[in-house]
Design a protein around this ligand. Structure first.
Ligand code: ZN
Length: 397
C-alpha cells in the first residue's frame, strides 16, 4: 500500500530495537519510583527493587538521567532479534521466501529452457542478488516489444511477490495455448517479483511479521532505518507524500535512485528500451492506479489520458479493482510509475492487490488462502498488458 494510517513510526522503531534490557533499580520510596516512572514504564516491584524491561533507547535515557538508581542490567535477545530463519509464520508457508523463489525460477528455467531464462539484475543493499524471469522464445533473436512486471517494492507486501511469480508460472504452463504461445513468440516478458528481498525477508525472519515497509538501508553501525523504495524514483522526487526524515516510513532517501534496488530497476529499464508497459504490484486496497501520483493534474495529452483510462477500465473487468489516477487516492512523490511514464513514456500501472480493507483477516497479511484468488484475478490483466506491449495506443485506435 502506498501509505497506511497506523502508528508505523512506532512499529518501525520497535522492529529496529533488537535487544530488550531487563533492568533493576533500587528505589525504596514513592519519590524515587516516580523519577523512574517519568522516563519509562515499571513492570514490577519487590521490596525496594523495581523491575522493568526496556529497549535500548529507553536504557540510554535511564543511564543518562538515573544512573544512581540502577542496580542491574541484563540484556537479552527478543522477538525483535529473531534469528536467521527465513520462513513465514505458521499457516503462511505457502508464500514464497527469497530462496524458494530462486529455486522456483531455477526449476522453470530447467523445465522450459526454450522460453525461460532466470536473470539477475543487480544486488540489494545487503548484497542479495535480485532475480527475475525473462520469458520469450529465446531462439527467436529479433527485437520484440517488452513488458516489465514487478513486485515487493515494500517489504511487508508479500502477496505482491507471490502474484507475479505465480502468474509467470501460469503463463509458462499455458505456453502451448495458441494465444500465449503467440505472445511468447512476439514479446519479451520480464518479471522482477521481489525488488526488496532484504526487507521482505527481515519482515518474516524468526517467523513473526514485523510490518516492515522500507529497504534495509543502514548507516552501517546502527539498526536499519530504511528507505521507501517507492519514493526514491526521480520524477517529482522530494515532493508531497514523501519525507526527508529517515525514521519516517515514507523516507525518500537522500537523493533520487540513492538505493541499489531502485538503481537496478533504472538500469534494467535503460538496458531494455523495448519495454513499453510496466505493471508494479503492491498491496493492498484493490486499486488500479496510473500516473500522475505526485500531482492532481491530468496527463498533458488527452490521448494518453484516455488510453490509460480505457486500459484501467478493461483490466478492472477481470479483477474488480477500482481504477483511478494515483493522486486521486492521495498525492505521493517519487514512485515507479511517474518516473517510468515521465522519463521513458512507458505505460505504467500500480495494482494494489487484495484485500480491500485493513480490518478483519487482511491488510498486509491476508493469509495463504488469499494467494490463488489474487493470481486468478490478475492473470488476465497481465496477459492483456503483454498483448498491448506492441502498441498500447491500439486501445483507442
Ligand atoms: Zn506498496
Amino acid at each position: 500500500m502506498k501509505n497506511l494510517i497506523l502508528g508505523l513510526a512506532l512499529l518501525s522503531s520497535s522492529a529496529m530495537a533488537r535487544n530488550m534490557n531487563l533492568v533493576e533499580f533500587t528505589a525504596s520510596t514513592p519519590q524515587e519510583r516516580s523519577l523512574i516512572g517519568n522516563l519509562i514504564h515499571l513492570d514490577g516491584m519487590n521490596g525496594d527493587t523495581v523491575f522493568s524491561a526496556v529497549n535500548d533507547h529507553d536504557l540510554e535515557l535511564i543511564k543518562t538521567h538515573l544512573p544512581f538508581l540502577l542496580s542491574n542490567i541484563t540484556t537479552i535477545e527478543t522477538e525483535d532479534n529473531p534469528g536467521q530463519e527465513e520462513e513465514y509464520p505458521q499457516g503462511d508457508e505457502k508464500f514464497y521466501t527469497y530462496e524458494e523463489m530462486k529455486a522456483k525460477f531455477e526449476e522453470l528455467q530447467k523445465n522450459y529452457p526454450q522460453i525461460v531464462r532466470m536473470i539477475s539484475f543487480g544486488r540489494s543493499f545487503e548484497g542479495r542478488e535480485l532475480y527475475g524471469l525473462h520469458i520469450t522464445n529465446h531462439s527467436n533473436k529479433k527485437s520484440k516489444p517488452g513488458i516489465l512486471i514487478t513486485g515487493s517494492h515494500h517489504a511487508r507486501e508479500h502477496l505482491s511477490t507471490d502474484v507475479p511469480v505465480r502468474v509467470a508460472e501460469k503463463i509458462i504452463l499455458n505456453s502451448n495455448q495458441d494465444k500465449i504461445k503467440n505472445l511468447i513468440e512476439t514479446r519479451e516478458i520480464y518479471f522482477l517479483p521481489m525488488l526488496n528481498p532484504d526487507g521482505a525477508m527481515w519482515d518474516i525472519r524468526g517467523r513473526n511479521y514485523k510490518i516492515w515497509r522500507k529497504n534495509m538501508r543502514s548507516s552501517g553501525t546502527s539498526a536499519p532505518y530504511g528507505v521507501d523504495l517507492n519514493r526514491n524514483y526521480s520524477q517529482g522526487w522530494g515532493g508531497p507524500g514523501s519525507s526527508d526524515r529517515p525514521a519516517s516510513d515514507i523516507y525518500r532517501g537522500p537523493n533520487p535512485f540513492s538505493e541499489p534496488e531502485t538503481k537496478a530497476v533504472k538500469k534494467f529499464i535503460e538496458e531494455n528500451d523495448n519495454i513499453s508497459v510496466l505493471l508494479s504490484f503492491h498491496s493492498f486496497s484493490e486499486l488500479i492506479l496510473y500516473p500522475w501520483g505526485n500531482t492532481t493534474a491530468p496527463l498533458p495529452s488527452e490521448r494518453d489520458q484516455r488510453a490509460y483510462e480505457i486500459m484501467a477500465e478493461e483490466m478492472a473487468k477481470w479483477n474488480n479493482y477500482q481504477p483511478m489516477q494515483a493522486s486521486e487516492l492521495y498525492v505521493a512523490s517519487g514512485d515507479t510509475c511517474d518516473w517510468a511514464w515521465a522519463d521513458h513514456g512507458i505505460f505504467c500501472f500500480t495494482f494494489e492487490l487484495s484485500p480491500k480493507y485493513q480490518w478483519g483477516p487482511g491488510g498486509f497479511y491476508p493469509g495463504a488462502d488469499a494467494i490463488d484468488p489474487a493470481v486468478d484475478d490478475n492473470y488476465n490483466p497481465v496477459v492483456y498488458l503483454i498483448d498491448l506491449a506492441d502498441n498500447p495506443y491500439k486501445v483507442i485506435e
